[in-house]
Design a protein. Structure first.
Lengths: 430, 300
């Protein structure tokens, strides 16, 4: 069978290729499509807006009409169909550009990594600090005189050659380092990640402040996801009823397909606004009040779990079915072991290996990059810290979060490997 | 989210006020007279003007005819909608916002109507020999301050009707003031916002129109680079007045006089609509800041 024939048999490929083709066709023929619709993306239609109500479109469904197929944009009255069609051009350009860049950077990073760990470290570390903005200028702020800039550069250590800066950075990580700012020097104890350019707080303490929030979010979300995912996977994997399998699969996949911000908003609307069963979330440390801690985090946990459950359920389902088909299960059944015991002790165990890996990765990634969830529910976690730092070009914080991310992923994977040995008798630690 | 919480008013939120989050469309829809929410809204007006600032030292804005033509072309309805509609902004034809305390005097020298007079603008441009003009407009890169892409596109669209092509230049909002406030880097045309520091016309007009306040090192607000000895003298004369009501009238008259030169195109003035919690008392915006004196607000 040719490659094309194989690809065409894959439903996922066909669906993806169709969407991509539609995008390209829409983007390329944008002027034609908007001409057909009799609209353009820039004309303001003030007459279609209800100005007293904040400039929302008049009429049902955001001003949908024969002229404006998808309605008009709030605040401007620009035709939404035309804007989306032209927006496809921008998205396509970004996608193509980003992919090319990604390949290029990946190639470079891969090359560096291939040359040895030391190289990879040096290249990645320097990529950050060699970014096109001068941190000293940013720190010095408005009305900075050249003399003052020299002082700031020196105090920050950015006047040293890059390899010296990098050596200092490493030294700070393991042994701490001293920063001299004019007359007085201050000691930054290990693990020192430097000081934020924006607030001058130590990056280590910034991370330490926010890690509990992110960890609370991640652990609770994982517990819920695992419970729901393994439960759903068991229900459908045992194939007792075909309709149950279908139903569970459908529900779980629906949850997976909805973006987290929508789930979050709907949860907030339902439980905090309409039913008022829960307060609007605000982080309460576990040590202050465990009950309030859980109450406030419940909604974000559920929001993340709804999205994550699908992956767990599918892995469990596949694992169970695979294990149940194996010889040792048949043997166990032949010996007359109770089915309950076969499922819990044997089948589930076999299904757990991939779950452990996924849980480890998910834990680390929620801890460091659940930006949308944190923003939506007002949780001051690591993700928010990172986005803020990126917007303000606060390099030490960006580097700190990146390093922490790497560390967490390494730890999570190491723990996963240890758990492998505990679960699977074939794996032995030497 | 803040407004949603105030609307819901669950738990401690019933005791809350905001000084930051003006209402959005979701809440405005619920503010119909007679509704519970209509009782919990404070409306104030902080004296402030959104405007287009010309640098009159740079072509083509050194030509008063061009500035006048663009003043005729502006579509204030679009601008107000882009700022969030008539609940939070109103059209302005004067540089001074409509507060008596600042000496507001009405004028509209280049009547653009609600949506711009493109024909009149074209006629003036043709008379000035500047048909098919292409200009650049600087604006902030996000809409949160009302000087972003939405407002800029509203201006662009209005000028297009008059045959003027506008190229938009987005500047990072964090450095917008720095770039536009330094004559060396100042764009020839930019979107600006100017709010009152004090309930008087003087502090509102002086940084913008006093020729002795052109600061070349940065932090300049006289973006027109306008330096007229008569205006400067009038400013000194009003500042010497001790009678507040006399001074008010003269600040208003001065604004009306400078307005004839079309150094700026006033676009809109600010209105403030704040929600407050169910248990909050005395949430009445004070006379001129558009928001509460927090020391006077209390909880039932």
């Amino acid at each position: 069978m040719s490659l094309a024939a194989v690809a065409l048999r894959d439903r996922g490929f066909v669906a993806g290729a169709t969407i991509a083709t539609v995008m390209v066709v829409v983007a390329v023929s944008a002027p034609l499509l908007t001409a057909l619709a009799g609209q353009d993306p820039t004309t303001y239609h003030d007459n279609l807006l209800d100005s007293a109500r904040g400039g929302v479109p008049t009429g049902p469904y955001g001003g949908v009409s024969g002229d404006h197929w998808l309605g008009v944009e709030p605040g401007t009255g620009r035709d939404l169909f035309a804007r989306i069609v032209y927006g496809a051009r921008v998205s396509l350009g970004v996608a193509v550009g980003a992919t090319i860049l990604q390949v290029l950077i990946g190639l470079l990073a891969g090359l560096a990594a291939g040359l040895g760990g030391r190289w990879a470290d040096a290249v990645l570390g320097r990529l950050f600090y060699l970014a096109p903005s001068d941190p000293a200028v940013l720190t010095c702020g408005k009305g900075c005189t050249p003399e003052r800039l020299v002082e700031v550069r020196h105090a920050m250590g950015v006047d040293d050659p890059a390899h010296v800066q990098y050596a200092h950075f490493l030294q700070g990580l393991v042994a701490g380092r001293d920063y001299s700012s004019g007359a007085q020097a201050r000691h930054c104890p290990a693990p020192c990640l430097g000081y934020s350019f924006e607030t001058d707080q130590s990056v280590t303490s910034l991370l330490a402040d926010r890690l509990p929030v992110s960890a609370s979010l991640a652990i609770g979300a994982e517990v819920l996801s695992l419970l729901a995912g393994v439960g759903a996977g068991l229900l459908s994997g045992l194939r007792r009823h075909r309709w149950l399998d279908r139903l569970v699969n459908g529900l779980v996949l629906t949850g997976y397909a909805v973006p987290v911000f929508l789930v979050g908003l709907l949860l907030l609307l339902l439980f905090c606004v309409v039913l008022q069963w829960l307060p609007f979330p605000a982080y309460v440390p576990f040590t202050t009040d465990p009950l309030l801690w859980a109450q406030n985090l419940l909604l974000p946990w559920v929001a993340l779990a709804i999205i994550q459950t699908a992956a767990y359920a599918r892995l469990t389902r596949a694992g169970i079915q695979e294990t149940l088909a194996e010889d040792h299960i048949r043997t166990a059944r032949a010996y007359g072991l109770p089915e309950r015991r076969i499922i819990w002790r044997r089948a589930l165990r076999g299904a757990m290996l991939p779950l452990v890996t996924l849980t480890a990765i998910d834990l680390a990634s929620i801890m460091t990059s659940a930006v949308l969830t944190e923003t939506m529910f007002g949780l001051p976690g690591i993700g928010q810290l990172l986005v803020g730092a990126v917007n303000q070009i606060d390099l030490p914080v960006v580097v700190g979060v990146t390093l922490l991310t790497g560390l967490l992923i390494v730890i999570a994977n190491a723990v996963a490997d240890l758990l492998y040995a505990a679960i699977d008798p074939r794996v032995q630690l030497r | 989210m803040i407004n949603q919480r105030l609307v819901t008013g669950a738990g401690a939120d019933a005791n809350a006020v905001t000084t930051d989050a003006s209402v959005g469309p979701e809440q405005l829809a619920q503010l119909q007279p007679g509704s519970e929410l209509a009782e919990r809204v404070a409306r104030g007006e902080f004296p402030a003007t959104y405007y287009l600032a010309f640098n009159t030292r740079k072509a083509p804005f050194d030509d008063q005819k061009v500035r006048e033509a663009l003043s005729y072309a502006i579509n204030r309805t679009s601008v107000v909608n882009s700022l969030g509609g008539t609940a939070v902004a109103g059209p302005s034809t004067t540089f001074l916002p409509p507060q008596k305390a600042l000496g507001y005097q009405e004028y509209d020298y280049f009547p653009a109507g609600a949506s711009g007079d493109a024909a009149k603008a074209k006629e003036l441009l043709a008379a000035a020999g500047k048909s098919n003009l292409t200009i650049e407009l600087a604006h902030e890169n996000d809409d949160s301050n009302g000087l972003g892409p939405k407002a800029a596109a509203a201006v662009q669209e209005a000028f297009k009707q008059a045959g003027v092509t506008v190229k938009l230049t987005a500047i990072d909002s964090a450095t917008y003031r720095d770039v536009t406030g330094k004559p060396a880097t100042q764009p020839a045309l930019s979107l600006q916002y100017w709010g009152a520091d004090w309930p008087s016309g003087g502090p509102f007009l002086i940084p913008i129109f006093d020729g002795r306040q052109i600061i070349t090192a940065g932090g300049n607000f006289n973006l027109a680079q306008y330096n007229d000895p008569a205006t400067n003298a009038e400013i000194d004369a009003i500042n010497a007045l001790t009678d507040q009501s006399q001074a008010q009238a003269r600040w208003g008259a001065l604004d009306a006089k400078i307005g004839k030169l079309a150094l700026t195109i006033p676009l809109a003035h600010e209105k403030d609509v704040y929600l407050f919690g169910k248990n909050v008392k005395n949430a009445v915006p004070d006379g001129w800041r558009g928001t509460y004196d927090l020391a006077r607000v209390s909880v039932k």
